[in-house]
Design a protein around this ligand. Structure first.
Ligand SMILES: Nc1nc2c(ncn2[C@@H]2O[C@H](COP(=O)(O)OP(=O)(O)O)[C@@H](O)[C@H]2O)c(=O)[nH]1
Ligand SMILES: [Mg+2]
Length: 447
């Protein structure tokens, strides 16, 4: 049963908000109309609101722990409901006894994933993009992801969508005034005002959409494929990057068949580097499949690093193999054969002798930064944001076209109504119930 089917105003929910132990501290969150009752369940005196207080927790006369209790009275809590946070010790027995005591209580039940944030949205404490940002911050693994989540949490993306929506509504208001005038003298200037307003708004929306999908890429990690002929040292390089033996390195060509992915933090930017099967003509069906996977991964990647062997002068002169357009060419094994060329985007390295590797990482970091840095302003982080804005921009453009064609004003007004609703759905101004399941789908319990 999904939480949308539950009368949320009546149930008191609880969950462990910290990661499962053993750990120094475990934080239980309890939210809902009966949250105050936690004091009776554990037989302590509820502290004053927002004052952290040490309390002994007992159940049926037996002490279960001693911990810090914080009471938040409604609506001054994360969810907007009465909330208690219990910071107890993070051990199995403590967890079990606290969980059981809460679960046993009439009107209490364990929270489903994302339910605290969901209630916060429904109670108007958070807009949907801020709730998404909280989830992003919890999952952030690099500094750039952290920066992105924090700026979205602060409301920058919501502000941008609200500004677009206000501009759409301003256009609509002008049109509505025009509709009311129809049997009197028409102020012709209205069209002259509205058409340029919509044209400018459409351009602003398109330019905001034209962001190279940095936000989405930053959330998921930039995909970097390492491709090249067999035995050039791809697996050696990826293992060196990962600081562990992810892939088998061997002097036998054609060892790597599956695509092996390694997550890295390059100067604060999240990158997924893939080691792939060496590209060559083969008849072995397993290696053939490996090569097909390598090519498809490389074609869909955000960046391609081609690995060449310093002894293969023909490939070095070509600069590309099998039509793959490289962003960076690494010529490996320069310990055996010095590299003659000095072309931009070509670096000589030796993985085994650790030559040129710092420069290779610096080049990769520069490329990642080029694709992912976004200047700190508002930026979309999900397909949900992008498809809504794309639909809104198209509707705004259609409205402008209708007005220019002297089509009935109502039709343009309808397009603008559609645009404002699409934008309003992103923040939760419109149809919040309908989008909740999409937004909270990947939350975990306790958030
Ligand atoms: N001399 C030398 N040998 C290397 C270097 N890097 C890798 N090798 C060797 O080249 C062979 C193939 O390496 P591997 O990483 O499996 O290549 P892959 O097929 O491209 O994944 C192995 O025997 C490695 O030890 C290097 O910089 N110099
Ligand atoms: Mg390999």
């Amino acid at each position: 049963m999904g939480p949308t089917m539950i009368d949320i105003s009546r149930e008191t929910i609880f969950a462990l908000a910290s990661a499962p132990g053993p750990a120094g501290i475990a934080v239980f969150r309890v939210s809902g109309p009966r949250a105050r009752h936690v004091a009776e369940i554990f037989d302590f005196r509820m502290p004053c609101a927002r004052v952290a207080s040490l309390r002994r927790l007992s159940v049926a006369g037996r002490q279960v722990d001693e911990g810090v209790v914080v009471w938040f009275d409604a609506p001054n809590s994360f969810t907007g409901e009465a909330t208690v946070e219990l910071s107890v010790h993070g051990g199995r027995a403590v967890y079990d006894s606290v969980f059981r005591a809460l679960d046993h209580e009439e009107g209490f039940r364990p929270a489903v994933p994302g339910e605290f944030s969901r209630r916060a949205v429904l109670n108007g404490r958070l807009d949907l993009t801020a709730a998404e940002a909280i989830n992003d911050l919890v999952n952030a693994e690099t500094e750039a992801q952290q920066d992105l989540a924090l700026q979205q949490m602060a409301g920058k993306l919501a502000d941008q969508f609200n500004d677009f929506r206000k501009d759409v509504l301003a256009g609509r208001a002008q049109l509505e005034a025009y509709i009311d005038f129809t049997d009197q003298d028409l102020p012709g200037s209205v069209i002259e005002d509205v058409v340029p307003h919509l044209a400018r708004l459409g351009r602003e929306m398109r330019s905001f959409l034209d962001d190279g999908r940095r936000g989405e890429r930053l959330r998921s990690g930039l995909r970097v494929a390492v491709v090249g002929r067999p035995n050039t040292g791809k697996s050696s390089f990826v293992n060196w990057l990962a600081e562990r033996d992810v892939a088998i390195v061997s002097e036998h060509p054609g060892t790597t068949r599956d695509v092996l992915e390694v997550q890295l933090d390059l100067g604060g930017y999240p990158v997924i580097v893939a080691d792939t099967a060496g590209l060559r003509a083969v008849s072995n069906p397993v290696e053939k499949e490996g090569i097909a996977r390598a090519k498809s991964w490389a074609q869909n990647a955000d960046l391609r690093i081609v690995m060449l062997d310093a002894s293969d002068q023909k490939d070095i002169d070509d600069g590309s193999i099998q039509g793959l357009d490289p962003d960076l060419i690494l010529v490996n094994k320069i310990d055996l054969e010095p590299l003659e060329v000095c072309r931009h985007g070509v670096l000589g390295i030796s993985v085994t002798k650790e030559m040129g590797l710092a420069a290779a990482v610096a080049a990769m970091t520069g490329l990642a930064k080029g694709r992912l840095s976004w200047g700190g302003g508002p930026i979309m982080t999900r397909e949900r944001h992008r498809s809504a804005l794309t639909a809104a921009a198209a509707a705004v453009e259609r409205a402008g076209g209708l007005l220019q064609n002297q089509d009935p004003i109502e039709l343009a007004g309808e397009e603008l109504r559609f645009a404002s609703e699409a934008l309003g759905r992103v923040t939760g101004h419109v149809d919040v119930e309908a989008v909740l399941d999409i937004v909270f789908r990947d939350f975990c319990i306790g958030k």
